[in-house]
Design a protein around this ligand. Structure first.
Ligand SMILES: Nc1nc2c(ncn2[C@@H]2O[C@H](COP(=O)(O)OP(=O)(O)OP(=O)(O)O)[C@@H](O)[C@H]2O)c(=O)[nH]1
Ligand SMILES: [Mg+2]
Length: 536
């Protein structure tokens, strides 16, 4: 706030400047205007016009300020001697539509030895307003040789390059800024004790690097907004292969350098449209690292699901090994006791209301129901099968039938090379029961058998091996404490059955959609099977 006397002086100056065209006069709020008028009237009434009054120096200063404010510097007048003069002149040239003259102001300011930073900012802004992104880029290159640009100018230039589809220039700009603003020293990886590999941590970066380096805002802008902006432009330009490395790098940062949730949601949607499944997974990872709460952010969850599932349809129901689809597609199978919520979870995962039939009456699903996801991808990433299996241990099914189903399941686990992921659903309220323990035992034996075969045939590259995950269902009925208790019970049962110790346990609810993001994380080897092959 200006002091009252200065405000009065400014008002008076506005009134006392009759040579200034009406439209150019200072806009003064009405209460101040009347205060100004009163000040002028008082001067007239007291007849002090002739003698210098104490207010006069102020009025003179305000007159000068008003004149400077209303009269932009003449474009061909005397050259400015300070940064403010160059900044004002940049506006004049921009208003006159003179991009070259605007550009040369920066060089002039450098030669004149004034503080070139504000001039650089003003000239960049003026050039972008004149839509001369080429000159703005040239300016950034010239300035970058002296010092790193300010973050907001760099972001504005990156956005303008993306808008005008100069994506190769945008990539070069990004690379040069990454060189100019490297990872702050405080975030450099430090080897943890015990000789483990060093890990770069961006968590809590804001807090730790405050004041450490002037380049920090630029480093942050590069990660949180410039790289995502370029990735988005690449996706929209139908260049998913060029977008993917940018998205993967984005997924590596967190804390201060993480993009906003809105940016990540927009990127996820664009990845879905560009059929870039790896990109969707990079966004999912970036959301995890940015701490996005999916339960509270249903939009993010829906966008994620829409990006991964364009199209889904029922294929067929298999009742024996010979009647399963012969097509080679990676598959994820949902298994568990009757009524545990398998069909409901298939619907929840796919974002469909009732593609798999659910029922309060146990024993609804009687065959291996195959659903094909994204058939238009034609064997590429994101084209896979989901299998909704019949419930195990249902008492009203004849014993012979139950034994036949068990035999079929055993063969399926050992002899089905398409199987990549077995999701064993356990009621989160009840915990594992005898049927679950029997299934865990069968899984441990089947996995050992598959691993033995894989070892005997190393040329097959581990074909036939699959991962196993426990999914706790109906967790909307249990609180956070209940989840920990259910997980403990599951871990004990797994150990007893001889299963591996690193098996994942995921909490879900088909009702509240809890755990849909985790389910998709678990589904990664099915959605992106090529990636797993590369790792092997
Ligand atoms: N509260 C709650 N109820 C659920 C949830 N998931 C499923 N249910 C209910 O549990 C019952 C059984 O669900 P289904 O999805 O048909 O179970 P299923 O495992 O496919 O059953 P079978 O096909 O008979 O083996 C239905 O009444 C569902 O509405 C959940 O997450 N929360
Ligand atoms: Mg079912």
């Amino acid at each position: 706030m200006l002091a009252l006397s200065s405000r009065l002086a400014l008002v008076s100056a506005a009134l006392l400047a009759p040579h200034v065209p009406h439209a150019c006069r200072l806009r003064v709020p009405p209460p101040l205007l009347s205060a100004g008028r009163r000040a002028v009237r008082r001067q007239r009434y007291t007849g002090r016009d002739a003698a210098p009054s104490p207010a006069e120096p102020l009025v003179a200063a305000a007159k000068a300020a008003a004149a400077a404010a209303v009269r932009p510097p003449a474009p061909d007048g005397p050259r400015p001697t300070d940064a403010a003069g160059f900044v004002a002149l940049a506006t004049t040239h921009q208003q006159l539509g003179q991009p070259r003259k605007t550009y040369s102001l920066y060089e002039e300011a450098v030669e004149a030895g004034v503080d070139s930073e504000p001039v650089f900012v003003a000239v960049t802004r003026a050039l972008l307003k004149l839509q001369r992104v080429d000159l703005a880029l040239e300016l950034h290159q010239a300035h970058g040789e002296r010092s790193p640009p300010d973050a907001s100018s760099a972001v504005a230039l990156m956005r303008a390059l993306c808008r005008s589809k100069r994506l190769d220039d945008a990539s070069e700009l990004l690379a040069s800024l990454e060189r100019l603003a490297p990872l702050p020293a405080v975030l450099q990886p430090t080897p943890p004790p015990g000789g483990a590999a060093p890990v770069a941590s961006h968590e809590g970066a804001d807090h730790r690097v405050e004041g450490e380096t002037a380049r920090y805002p630029l480093w942050r802008a590069v990660h949180s907004s410039m790289r995502p902006a370029l990735a988005l432009a690449r996706l929209r330009g139908d260049e998913p292969a060029a977008a993917l490395p940018l998205l993967d790098e984005m997924a590596d940062v967190a804390g201060a350098a993480a993009p906003s949730t809105a940016t990540l949601v927009e990127l996820t949607r664009a990845c879905g449209k560009a059929k870039c499944m790896g990109g969707v997974y990079a966004c999912l990872e970036a959301m995890r690292r940015a701490g996005v709460e999916f339960e509270e952010n249903h939009e993010a969850l829906q966008v994620l699901c829409d990006a991964l599932v364009h199209d889904v349809s029922f294929v067929k129901g298999g009742v024996s090994m010979d009647t399963l689809p012969a097509e080679w597609l990676p598959e994820a199978a949902f298994v568990g006791r009757s009524n545990v919520g398998k069909s409901s979870l298939v619907n929840m995962l796919l974002g469909r209301k009732a593609i798999a039939y659910t029922s309060k009456t146990p024993g609804k699903t009687q065959q291996y129901n195959y659903f094909v996801v994204n058939p238009q991808r034609d064997g590429g990433p994101g084209h896979f099968h989901l299998v909704d299996m019949p419930g195990l241990g249902f008492a009203r099914v004849p014993a012979a039938q139950r034994a036949a189903w068990r035999g079929f399941l055993r063969r399926y686990l050992v002899e089905r090379p398409q199987l990549r992921l077995l999701l064993h659903l356990v009621d989160g309220q009840v915990g594992p029961v005898a049927t679950d323990e029997a299934l865990m035992k069968m899984v441990a034996e089947a996995q050992a058998e598959v691993a033995e075969v894989a070892e005997a045939q190393p040329a097959a590259g581990g074909a036939g091996e699959w991962s196993y995950t426990i999914v706790l269902t109906k967790m909307d009925k249990r609180g956070g404490k209940g989840a920990a208790e259910s997980e403990r019970k599951v871990r004990r049962a797994l150990e007893k059955a001889g299963c591996r110790a690193d098996i994942r346990v995921v909490c879900t609810s088909a009702k509240s959609r809890l755990g849909r993001d985790d389910m998709w994380r678990v589904m990664r080897p099915v959605v992106l099977p090529g990636e797993a092959d590369e790792e092997e």
